[in-house]
Write a new protein. Sequence first.
Length: 465
Amino acid sequence: MTLLYGVDPRTGERLEPGVPETSPETVAALGVAAAKAARPLAELPLPDRAALLEAVADALEAAADELVPLADAETALGTTRLSGEVERTTGQLRLLAGEARGEGFQRDVAEPGFVRALLPIGPVAVYAASNFPFAFSVAGGDTASAWAAGCPVIVKAHPGHPRTSARTAEIVTEALVKAGAPEGTFALVHGFDAGMALINDPNIRAAGFTGSVRGGRALFDAAASRPDPIPFYGELGSINPVFVTEAAVAARGEEIARGYVGSFTLGSGQFCTKPGLLFLPAGHGLEPVLSEAVAAVAAPALLTPQITDGFRTGVERLAGATRTVAEGTGAHLFAVSAEEFAARPELTEECFGPASVIVEYSSEEELRAAVAAVPGSLTATVHAEPSDADLARGLVAELARHVGRVVYNGWPTGVAVNRSMQHGGPWPATTAPLHTSVGTAAIRRFQVPVAFQGLPDDLLPPTVR
């Protein structure tokens, strides 16, 4: 039996005990169990379905004092950050439970003789993220939204925090059993081979993923290459550019500079919404402030050895294509002109970790051209003043074609979990820009519309009568 081990990012030491890798045969058996659970879970009265999510939220909340130290040992994210993440995780479970409990949740449109319903798609595979061991992991947003839709879930644990994932899964399983969930409603698997077996399992009807472009693309291709292709909702790489006008620099340049450094180094730059590009007018004069802020950033403990290696490679790539503005023990800041930026498309590739690039533009025309060249991202930010209204309006209109969320005079790090959030965007930010992985609309990924014509009420699915 192969065991998988977490690594302490602070020391590099292997963490005992290991977690058994899941065999492809076990994955297949779990897929069968999920398929058997699909109909009874779909037919649960909506208040009972919502109660399952709330039971899991209550159980995780009660176990926070146990789970947070486990996660900190495997991720070095700190107990304060992780305690807040548990709260976010339980909060989104309860929010989505409330959505599922709402009147007409699955009854989309009704006209004389017709009912258009939103029904569960079936068993869902969820691939957990490295940087959120709770909120985008075992019982995170993808899992919660699939349960709210009425779908069984099999989670593939991230190798960066196997012990945290295993213990979380035990707590989740116990809570679901006590709450009366159908057997097969939830399972957890570990290991690369298990992940590939899961995406190809014929009982899986959709998948959600948060991670790298390389890993997400491999799974996306596998999902599309099946004999029966399935939807794959992947959140991949994002550069999240920030555009600052001359008037904004004049009015509050130092505040913006310090805010930017705080944003791109938050969580050691390991947020999917980390801003990777800062567009400033040439001659902005903010380099001393930026350098001072970068120098004050503590050395990061990156999540996994693979992320550490990838960050080192990314910094070397950026250093070879730009000039260095500031380099401390905890962060790196580079700069290029807008002309150089236009000639170097590799600068639009995400460098996961505390590194960022300033792009200096010499005219509004260069700024507008840069906006048009932005690749698909989760977010874009505009810092402007009332005197810039016409310029800002044009920037926002163009950026809305490239990103899922436009931020005005703020910072993209920090994602609200609510009914209005759009956490998505064009490729390579996601594989499905029509959808969001955060907020109540995330449920729609795992629902399929079906129109019923002429059916008496007692023949309709129980949850749409």
